[in-house]
Design a protein around this ligand. Structure first.
Ligand SMILES: [Zn+2]
Ligand SMILES: [Zn+2]
Length: 402
């Protein structure tokens, strides 16, 4: 790829903006960042950013699909379609996420994730990079199953998960409801192979969370969605009322979490509250996006076409057929960043950090991606004044979407 100096840019660093900034790219990595006047000789040709914002490429650690493809559809083509859709919205590092499904479907998901991870990015074909897979389900509590097929949610058994753990070269993170029988064994086996441990789709008590924490649990999926609350635990355990996953996350410094900032799952004040008490460095933005991204309102399938659950997109969010319960988002990461800045009121570096450095750090990839810093991959976005993505670069190469 060509070495290049990007000039006339407002750089979005993790803690501040640099108007009149410049950024050097050499051999696909960021070589220098700062005011144009402070950088040395340009490494190659100069590219005028025309006053646009330059942000690091987004990192999405929880995403199911887009452009009518779901990562559970069972084909490499479906992976490419969904990755293309999210690259267009600025996600340059993606973590394909499974759904509750049959055993063979989960294995096929892991095989496809491995193929795509090994292939790497293809900017000439509009494809960002798969940085790993998220084993999401089937180990959910049936009482908190959300839009996943209820009957297929099940407790972990070694005969099953030992097959999944043959894919730890690609599996970055795994979710399990801590209260399920066999959860401790699953957490131990996954942690021993270096997989990061999440709790989600769970009705766990504080005590069950604390036990999982001892085994290495550090992250809770989509805060406030499909998780325990004081009132759900009162139904399960009676009185005295129990502290829930929410209290455990907010009270435990080392715990990280994520929010679906699509404006339909959580109200702006609730997102503001999470940013205040948990903070942008411990809370990632995730799209949790279904296949309905950029598609007209209508009925779609969450998860695999064979065995997934029907839901309706109204163009702004997914809803279960009861029209009451939510069924994942239909938005890309650019929408979430705009929402956090324009509606929730976070400053721009913090809103962008929640979609870049924070998820990169949660995944352990912060030395390679997640900020405009010398040595990191030159995964870059040009954003206009309204924070719309106008160009995407992966390892310094301009991504072609045609
Ligand atoms: Zn979920
Ligand atoms: Zn999800």
């Amino acid at each position: 790829m060509p070495n290049v100096r990007l000039v006339n840019a407002t750089l979005i660093l993790p803690d501040r903006l640099i108007p009149g900034g410049a950024l050097d790219v050499e051999h696909g990595r960021i070589k220098a960042v700062g005011l144009a006047s402070q950088l040395g000789e340009a490494p190659g040709r100069t590219l005028d950013a025309a006053g646009h914002f330059v942000a690091p490429g987004f990192v999405d650690l929880h995403v199911h699909g887009g452009d009518n493809a779901d990562f559970m559809d069972g084909t490499v083509e479906a992976f490419e379609t969904a990755i293309h859709a999210h690259t267009r919205h600025g996600t340059t590092s993606i973590v394909p996420t499974s759904t509750v499904a049959r055993h063979e479907q989960t294995l096929t998901f892991l095989e496809n994730a491995r193929i795509l991870q090994r292939r790497g990015a293809h900017p000439d074909r509009g494809l960002g990079r798969v940085v790993g897979a998220h084993l999401y389900g089937p180990y959910f509590n049936q009482d908190k199953v959300g839009c996943h097929p209820r009957d297929a949610a099940r407790p972990p058994t070694p005969a099953e998960y030992e097959r999944y753990l043959e894919f730890t070269d690609v599996m970055l993170t795994a979710t399990c409801a801590p209260e399920l029988p066999g959860a401790a064994g699953f957490y131990r086996a996954a942690a021993a192979k270096g997989v990061r441990l999440n709790a989600g789709h769970s009705n766990a008590t504080w005590t069950e969370m604390a036990a999982a924490y001892e085994l290495g649990l550090r992250h809770v999926d989509h805060l406030y969605c499909a998780m325990s609350s004081v009132s759900s635990l009162r139904e399960r355990c009676g009185t005295p009322m129990q502290a829930s996953m929410l209290e455990f996350v907010l009270a435990t410094t080392e715990m990280t979490t994520e929010v679906i900032a699509d404006g339909r799952h959580l109200a702006p004040e609730l997102l503001r509250f999470v940013a205040m008490v948990k903070g942008p460095d411990k809370t990632a933005l995730v799209t949790d996006c279904s296949r309905a991204l950029d598609l007209p309102p209508g009925r779609y399938t969450f998860g695999p076409l064979d065995g997934g659950e029907p839901f309706d997109s109204d163009g702004g969010v997914g809803l279960l057929p009861d029209s009451v319960n939510l069924a994942s988002s239909v938005r890309g990461m650019d929408f979430m960043v705009r929402h956090m800045h324009q509606q929730v009121g976070l400053d721009l570096p913090a809103a962008v950090r929640m979609a870049t450095l924070t998820p990169a750090t949660i995944l352990g990839l912060q030395d390679d991606i997640g900020s405009l810093a010398a040595g990191k991959r030159a995964d870059l976005l040009l954003l206009d004044a309204g924070l719309n993505v106008t160009s995407v670069f992966v390892a310094g190469e301009a991504v072609q979407f045609s």
